[in-house]
Design a protein around this ligand. Sequence first.
Ligand code: HH2
Length: 260
Amino acid sequence: MGILNVTPDSFSDGGKYLDPKRALERARALIAEGADLIDVGGESTRPGAAPVPPEEEWRRLEPVLKVLTSATATPISVDTRNTETARRALDAGASVVNDVSCARDPGLLKVVAAAGAGYVLMHSRGEPAAMASLAHYGDVVGEVEAELRLGLDRALQAGIVAERICVDPGFGFAKTPEQNWILLEGLAGLAELGRPILVGLSRKRMLRERVGGEPEALLRAGLDAARTAIRRGARIVRVHDVAATRGFLQALQKSEFSID
Ligand code: HH2
């Protein structure tokens, strides 16, 4: 899953792709590098970020989604927590909703169900502005799994079919760096949920705290973390650096997961 943030303030690519022409170029580059899915987001959800009103979110997303869905056949997911934005994005041709709110809004779930769209159920707690204060766990893997299970039940009850759902532990969302590392090590515990696991580790603070912000070091650390995630069962990785990740994972697949 290649990341395309159409926001002025995302932590790593904020402000670069607000212009639909540049967003399309970026999406084409991600596809050429081997992305199977493009994740387009109009609201930064980094810790402490202020919420974006849905009208502003849609003002950013609409031109980009229109261009992307008419110009590429690669599936588009929309990274949103807002029901209205999800509905509009699906109408505009997106086929997956990437919900970083852990299925908090029944309205959004209904919209996904009615459209027959795919659904990413990501673990988080509270609003991005306040989530750092909610990072309290006795057993982070067990609690994330239990909270994802509740979200999964809500999604299924709303009518989203299980086969269209994948789950994501939500690295960096209401977790300290240390909790993120414990969660990564224990990722296999989420297999109990019976759905494919997606992970977003690319350029995150948990990596920067270990290796600093130098791009090469950050990329290396992201690839190492992706490898750990895949060894523990992850099937989709959400990244900024698609070419490097593809190459790395293909080599890994050859050496560790012979598929003939
Ligand atoms: N992380 C971010 C945003 N959306 N979605 C899923 N499913 N999983 C993630 O880990 C995830 C996500 C945050 O990263 P980014 O999009 O790079 O930055 P920002 O929130 O500042 O736009």
